[in-house]
Design a protein around this ligand. Structure first.
Ligand code: SAM
Length: 247
């Protein structure tokens, strides 16, 4: 999958993809990440990329001409890629949306700055508008890093056999169960005995219940969409009635 990052600050990506899983995915040719400096497509004397908003108001707006030239230049190389605008007003990035995006051939990602981009960029070029959450960043670059990371880890071969995206939070519509590793006791806190029992059926049952319990405590609304068995529903009823303690 190809990611093209359109930015005024390409240096912000220099360390972001140069370690660990994403780095290996690039090296294995599973993903390709390129950044493009929008300023290189500003053809006036001072290479201006922003201007005052019509109608007045605070801040600056990213000009349409450099962005148009930048998008068209990248799109010519990547005709199948979708053009994404990162904006707080976009579709919220949820795991199910990330799964949809992972099926694309490539994403051309516009990182906004200042008050955002001239509306005509959206009208002329943008296929998808994405928000990474209900908060406002100073620029789209951190959001682009989040997007590339979340999508990349779902692509075949990116996670090794010891990692599984399905078992992570949201993979099955629930939050993940608690994880422990050695030592078995730390500052008086012990690992739940069932995890040391070697009984895989009981471990699986404990994990499912912990997953349900954590989701019920932290993100109750996720349970409305989750695929629940009769046993799950019975356990949730117990939680609601004040039962369902940890073993
Ligand atoms: C300061 S923000 C602009 C906010 C804009 N004036 C508004 O109120 O929606 C600058 C840029 O950061 C990026 N950005 C900020 N918050 C974001 C979020 N939650 N998700 C995705 N991108 C975001 C967008 O690219 C945006 O154009």
């Amino acid at each position: 999958m190809k990611f093209d990052l359109l930015t005024l600050f390409p240096d912000m990506f220099s360390g972001a993809f140069s370690d660990s899983i994403i780095k290996h995915a690039v090296e294995k040719g599973l993903i390709e990440i390129s950044s493009h400096n929008i300023r290189d497509f500003a053809f006036d004397k001072h290479r201006v990329t922003d201007d005052y908003p019509y109608g007045g108001g605070a801040g600056m707006v990213m000009k349409v001409e450099p962005l148009a030239a930048c998008i068209e230049s990248v799109k010519a190389e990547r005709p199948l890629s979708k053009v994404v605008l990162l904006t707080p007003g976009g579709r919220p990035l949820k795991q199910s949306f990330v799964e949809e995006l992972a099926l694309e051939d490539g994403l051309i990602i516009i990182c906004g700055r200042y008050e955002g981009v001239d509306e005509r960029v959206r009208e002329l070029f943008v296929d998808l508008e994405i928000s990474i959450g209900d908060f406002v960043l100073t620029g789209g670059e951190p959001a682009a890093i989040v997007l590339v990371d979340a999508v990349s880890r779902l692509l075949p071969g990116v996670l090794g056999s010891r990692q599984s995206a399905e078992e992570d939070s949201f993979g099955n519509g629930l939050l993940e169960y608690p994880q422990y590793t050695r030592p078995p006791e730390f500052r008086g806190l012990t690992v739940p005995p069932v995890l040391l029992s070697g009984n895989h059926r009981e471990i699986e049952c404990w994990r499912r219940r912990e997953s349900l319990r954590r989701t019920w405590l932290m993100r109750r609304e996720l349970l409305d969409e989750a695929d629940l068995t009769e046993e799950d529903k019975h356990y949730l009823r117990m939680l609601r009635d004040g039962g369902g303690t940890q073993n």
